[in-house]
Design a protein around this ligand. Sequence first.
Ligand code: NI
Length: 183
Amino acid sequence: MPVRPIRIYGDPVLRQKSRRVGEIDDTVRCLVEDLRETMKAYNGVGLAANQVGVAQRVLVVDVPIDEQQRASHALINPMISKREGSESGEEGCLSIPGIWEDVTRSQRVHVEALDENGRNVVIEAEGYLARALQHEVDHLDGVLFTDRLSALKRQFLRRSLEALARGELPEGSRPQPGGGGDG
Ligand code: NI
């Protein structure tokens, strides 16, 4: 199962609205496995398929719930069907190395999707898992967490983002296995 390279801010695939998956076949299952491997290798808590260059509505999350448990899901054609509350928390993204900012999101979400075997998945999420799911579903719509910041904050980040788009990664922040981020 290969770890796939992460696409960085400025890559047009990150701005594409990803296509719904029609048939869940071995190609899709292989993509899910690669996403899991890649997320793990980069210490991420979530990864959307377009972050490895595949504009399909597929994502994985692997979020710590407490010291013992993690919530781990592969979701195909996920849909956030209900949102409640509002909460601010820090986010980073494997595709936007070196930038971490507080983002306001819904506190609780209800997500419906299929898993890689075509079974229905329903997730009632709150807190960090809800945040990670919203961050990854945003990716599928071509939306990045920096889009959700205030105009003033975006203005502060403009130069850093432009540098990323030119392929200039901040010192020591090139995403690499063990790096962390996303979600
Ligand atoms: Ni991300």
